[in-house]
Design a protein around this ligand. Structure first.
Ligand code: 5GP
Length: 132
């Protein structure tokens, strides 16, 4: 069965999309640790990040780097933290989390509740910064 993220890529499940190309897709985490918490995935459905072929693996990180740079421009934060878990969704993904301290990337803490408008605005801001 297709993963939730494959359904998102196909548009069967909605997402707050930030960017995509032929091979990668970036969108806001629906239960964010911080405003701007972004997930970057390969469209190819592979469970574990380290099982990706070398080219896809390397290019996924390069795609994530562009996202992180754009996020830094529009989300007030010290830096962009990176995490790889995959405990919930078996489709390789990189978490990019704007952080000011280690507590901002503690996945056991309560997640933020954002409105539809807030999600849309943040996704648009990061997307716009990518193009600038
Ligand atoms: P992990 O697999 O890395 O442990 O966690 C998966 C992440 O995906 C979680 O942070 C969770 O909030 C996020 N997530 C799970 N389902 C959805 C979804 O349907 N849409 C979005 N945008 N994020 C999701």
């Amino acid at each position: 069965m297709a993963s939730i993220f494959t359904k998102i890529v196909k548009g069967d499940i909605p997402s707050y999309k930030i960017a995509e190309d032929e091979r990668f897709y970036a969108f806001l985490d629906i239960n964010p640790l911080a405003k701007g918490h972004t997930l970057v995935i390969p469209k190819k459905e592979v469970d574990k990040l380290f099982d990706l072929d070398d080219q896809t693996y390397a290019d996924l990180w390069l795609f994530s780097k562009k996202l992180a740079r754009a996020m830094e421009q529009v989300i007030p934060c010290e830096r962009i933290g990176v995490a790889v878990l995959g405990l919930e969704v078996p489709h390789a993904h990189i978490h990019l989390v704007p952080i000011n301290g280690i507590y901002d990337i503690d996945f056991s803490k309560p997640k933020l509740k954002l409105s539809n408008e807030e999600f849309k605005q943040i996704a648009q801001q990061i997307s716009d910064a990518l193009g600038s």
